[in-house]
Design a protein around this ligand. Sequence first.
Ligand SMILES: [Zn+2]
Length: 242
Amino acid sequence: MNLDILVFGAHPDDAEIGMGGTIALLADNGFKVGVVDLTRGEMSTRGDVNTRKKEAKRASKILGLKLRDNLELPDGRLEVVDEYIKMVIWQIRKYKPKLVFAPYKNDRHPDHIAASNLVKTAVFHSGVGKYDTSDENEQQEPHRPVKLYYYMQAFKFEPKFIVDISNYFDKKMKSVFAYKTQFYNPRSKEPNTFISDPKFTRYLESRSGFYGFQIGKDYGEPFYSEEEVELNLVEMLKRKNG
Ligand SMILES: [Zn+2]
């Protein structure tokens, strides 16, 4: 199966937090979206690997994903090494996405930084013919995605573009809260964390509202691109609502 969009996250729930609205928007418009989590989040303070797996399944269903996979790399010890690069390239060559999304290059969690560099490196080498990833089970051809974009997690950046998620904001929040063990739950007896604090939920809501307002919409998700982003003025002028 080929995918239109492949999103990489360091931990299950990263893709939902960073770009759940955009994923739901694209899936709802008929594009095939997949998410590959690099680790199972086994170092998380709250919940465990099994509950996290079930939660990811639920969130994937809410967002309309065609694929959710997990590379089961070590949580808390992600790094840019040949073995891991090859595993990410393997995914890119298998699903041949036009667009790849990764976490932004700087963040609070070191795994997010490593995941960002890992995916960037893999996207480049995926297009290199002499970088061989074939094995006895599968012959792989080189594949270079058209674009690599980065989504926002804890640390902010100056966006290169913002996607209007006004119609998909509810779905985003539902997909985030599918991770019941990770986020605010007044009945939970587990220790509080950075993201289980109700302030984090408020931050996510206000951030979506903030970036939505920047483009004159209710809710938005910001993205970064290392390459410049083209604006098609003709298409913009042909659209009714700007
Ligand atoms: Zn994470």
